[in-house]
Design a binder for this molecule. Structure first.
Ligand code: NAD
Length: 495
């Protein structure tokens, strides 16, 4: 019998009548079922989060105690690391090596970091304004926060948001993607075992289009933190404008890697493979546009294509697999449509571009790593996020042209610069319109460093002090200091 995963509302596990079959994208087979929230369960979750916040059991908990809870969650994730890595891999198609060494330990570290730092981030500030006034600036939790999570890093993104939201004293309704709810529903068990007060975190799996509007517009909600596509982001902003809510938007990307001729070609070819083919290219920060200085273009591209062809596709749970399947058949169809459109517009496929013929992979949603050339800035494949294992390669002659290419995008999430001259790279980084610039590396997220995009990639930060502070509101308390105990306002009408 397949396992059934319940929702978690007000400290209780709730099985609903309506269930979602959860598919393993490596095999196309059903691996579990998850309860699906209807508007009734949304109502319960919102009530539960609101009343838990208003009771103050969590928001006013002494910080040493809150710290203990948050640390317990980190430990709970580590204690269940094997199961979580397996679940994440089997549900998303992400190779087990990635979930084991990246997603799960990083999820635990997000809680460790929050536990160890939130007190210092919440330090109130006293300001002497003038002889008559002093002020106290203090950070408070925002209130009830709705966290909406995409399918590409289900546990990690949930934990980035949850760790900050909880450490800041908020209560939460967490909605994973209905394609990949298993790790979040397992996390609910970990939260329950950590004995978090009922209602502080509620996890509801559900269809975005069915329950999103209520979740994001309801008066009981104070903030929405969303990671996902631009289309959904736009809708959520509309919903949340009904009652004016704070929001964070972590949206799409079309990131550029700039590779200069003085780099070590082998190193950069290897790193560039990761920068587009990890998680089958389903990364918001995927370096889907790779620009190479003309002097090394031919050599670089030849090696890049040869190694892309050699990547080992396979079932995600197999330890030797380097690339798993895409998340779903419809995602694969989207990727194919982008490639067809690019081909019609004149792009040339250097490798990949098709479904692999290996009979062992025929039931999964596999797609070959794809590299395309002959692409120019007006083409769809240059401008739009494919969200799959598709890189375009292009040439530049000098730094000005490289910056121009990198910035020729409506998105502004991340970029990479590869050169031995780091002073030059630093100068270039300042000219690039993206929220993250990696110099001689890719994909290094640190809990200390705020992460988030510019332009159509959204606004607000996750991680670091700034990411934490997003989940707080700043209050300014002014205290009159007049020597005669009469503030200016009491003299105003001359009585
Ligand atoms: P998506 O927008 O389809 O879904 C994201 C979440 O929103 C899911 O939980 C979904 O159920 C929910 N949702 C869908 N419709 C909704 C609605 N009307 N109201 C409320 N919620 C709704 O995105 P996805 O396909 O899951 O993820 C891929 C996208 O996420 C890509 O565009 C990628 O770039 C982006 N992403 C961005 C970052 C970042 O940090 N910037 C990180 C990861 C993914």
């Amino acid at each position: 019998m397949i396992q059934s995963y319940p929702l978690y509302i007000n400290g209780k596990f709730i099985e609903t009548k309506e269930k979602q079959s959860i598919i393993n994208p490596s095999t196309g087979k059903v691996i579990a079922e998850a309860s699906l929230a209807s508007l009734k369960e949304v109502e319960l979750a919102l009530d539960s989060a609101r009343s838990a916040f208003d009771k103050g059991e969590w928001s006013r908990l002494p910080s040493e105690q809150r710290k203990k809870f948050i640390s317990r969650i980190a430990q709970g994730i580590l204690d269940n690391a094997g199961e979580l890595a397996e679940l994440e891999s089997v549900n998303t198609g992400k190779p087990i090596k990635e979930t084991t060494f990246m997603d799960i330990p990083s999820a635990a570290k997000a809680f460790e970091y929050a536990a160890n730092n939130f007190e210092s981030f919440l330090t109130a500030e006293d300001l002497k304004i003038s002889e008559e006034a002093k002020a106290n600036l203090r950070r408070e939790p925002v209130g009830v926060v709705v966290l909406i999570i995409p399918w590409n890093y289900p546990l990690l993104i949930a934990c980035w948001k949850l760790a900050s939201a909880l450490a800041a004293g908020n209560t939460v309704v967490l909605k994973p993607s209905s394609l990949t709810p298993l790790s979040a529903l397992k996390l609910a068990q970990i939260l329950h075992e950590a004995a978090l007060p009922a209602g502080v975190v509620n996890v509801i799996n559900g269809s975005g289009p069915k329950i999103g509007e209520v979740l994001c517009s309801d008066k009981r909600v104070d903030m929405v933190s969303f990671t996902g596509s631009n289309e959904t982001g736009r809708q959520i902003l509309e919903y949340s404008s009904a009652n004016i809510k704070k929001s964070i938007m972590e949206l799409g990307g079309k990131s550029a890697s700039l590779i200069f001729s003085d780099c070590d070609i082998d190193t950069v070819v290897n790193s560039s493979l990761c920068s587009i083919f990890l998680n089958q290219g389903q990364m918001c920060t995927a370096m889907s546009r790779i620009f190479i200085q003309d002097k090394i273009y031919d050599k670089f591209v030849a090696s890049f294509v040869q190694k892309a062809k050699a990547l080992k596709l396979g079932v995600a749970q197999a330890h030797e697999t380097q690339m798993g399947p895409l998340i779903s058949d419809s995602q694969r169809k989207k990727v194919i449509a982008y490639i067809e459109k690019a081909r019609a517009e004149g792009a040339k496929i250097l490798c990949g571009g098709k479904i692999p013929q290996n009979p062992e992979l025929k039931n999964g949603y596999f797609f070959e790593p794809t590299v395309m050339a002959n692409v120019s800035a007006h083409m769809h494949i240059f401008r739009e996020e494919v969200f799959g294992p598709v890189a375009i390669v292009g040439k530049f002659s000098d730094a000005n042209q490289a910056v121009e290419l990198a910035n020729a995008s409506d998105f502004g999430l991340a970029s990479c610069i590869w050169t031995k001259d780091t002073a030059f790279a630093q100068n270039l980084a300042e000219q690039i319109n993206s929220g993250v610039v990696w110099i001689n590396t890719y994909g290094m997220f640190y809990n200390q460093l705020p992460y988030g995009g510019f332009k159509r990639s959204g606004f607000g930060k996750e991680l670091g002090r700034e990411g934490f502070l997003e989940y707080t509101r700043l209050k300014n308390i002014v205290i009159d200091q007049s020597l005669d105990n009469k503030p200016l306002v009491s003299h105003w009408y001359g009585f």
